[in-house]
Design a protein around this ligand. Sequence first.
Ligand SMILES: Nc1ncnc2c1ncn2[C@@H]1O[C@H](COP(=O)(O)OP(=O)(O)OP(=O)(O)O)[C@@H](O)[C@H]1O
Ligand SMILES: [Mg+2]
Length: 395
Amino acid sequence: MSLQTTLPYFARPDLLESVTRLLLSGANVTLFAPRRHGKTSFVRHDLLPALHEAGWFAARVDLWRNRDNPELGLVEGLESVAYATSSRSPLTRPLSLASLRATLKVPGVDIEGSWSPASGPTQHPEASLENRLANALHVIAERGNHSLIVLDEFQALAKKSSDNFVASFRTALQDVEGRLSVFFTGSSRDGLMRLFNRSKAPLFRSAESVTLPNLGDNFVDSRADYLNAVASIKVDRDALKRLFPRLCYTPLFLNEITRILLVKGDADLDGAVFEWHRSKYENEYAEWFSSLADVESAVIIWLAISGQKSVYTEEAREFVRKLMQEDAAPPTSRVQTAIRRLTAAQVLEPTGVNGSYEIADQGLQIVISNAVNEDLIRPSRDSLIQFPNSRGPVG
Ligand SMILES: Nc1ncnc2c1ncn2[C@@H]1O[C@H](COP(=O)(O)OP(=O)(O)OP(=O)(O)O)[C@@H](O)[C@H]1O
Ligand SMILES: [Mg+2]
């Protein structure tokens, strides 16, 4: 059993029903959820197939397909949808090199049904990005009896420098209103709100906002059922249900722990959770953490464990001082510099209240609060958190 094993998707019929109802009523929809909570999975496994079934042309473009230039990523993604070719099954079409090439995947683009996204250079190399965008949207709007475009991670356009591009995007969308619906997803509430509030056009304002509901006990049971079905592992279901909220209801993390149980081949949940914390920290955070300034890691630890969001209170500064083992609390300007850097790197996200921040990545938050509870924080240059060689009981 490899760690790459894909666990079964757990369908979300209630969410699908409410989202479909909104889309059929003519509304555009915005779906917010923290990272790794299942937005893209919902779109791929539930939403696109259901609308395709209903006769719509349905596709997804991920704006993070080009992180450095989301505008270009969006336009190229939409072009690859607009100029997609219909790819019937090889049974009805002779298999050729060309047809094999046509089935190649285009990163960050999905089209439901028998379509192959176009790859290769744009058909309009001379046109401006804005014109290419409008063209592609027009072509997509002509497909099927109605078209749906999912724009995944739409907050990638929240930066001020994207304002003009977003304005022309809005205009282009207005031109295809009634023929093309848009489903926006975002993992930054702050980013989406800034974007939609700045762009006060009716099309954005009228988008219905939906929050991805947390998965519950049925999802947890589905993981336990899977362990039992494929490997006869009988995990303690109640313990697994108590664990899920501690993972901030993140399906990816429960899947990762389920996979560890599969690979180990036993039902030792405490052991799997310990292993998960250790590998998460060592593989994803340790190196990055050791590159931070002391005041930066202290602020992150404060936010992870205090349950508070404000970083400039007397209490926060005293906490940071102690952790840095200094005689005096760092001056506000030093904390400000740290916060600015961490916010620019999208490690912290402003809550909208002055001086208040959240850790954007719940994995980081979970790993750090566990390390503090388990007394594993030992600030040193190599690694902030030191896991023991052998495991004590994990609470
Ligand atoms: N309904 C589900 N059933 C089973 N597993 C799920 C489900 N939703 C999410 N997952 C698991 O969580 C992982 C992350 O989900 P997904 O990529 O859809 O989240 P996301 O909200 O789009 O995250 P990001 O903001 O990072 O793009 C998936 O690869 C899958 O392992
Ligand atoms: Mg996603």
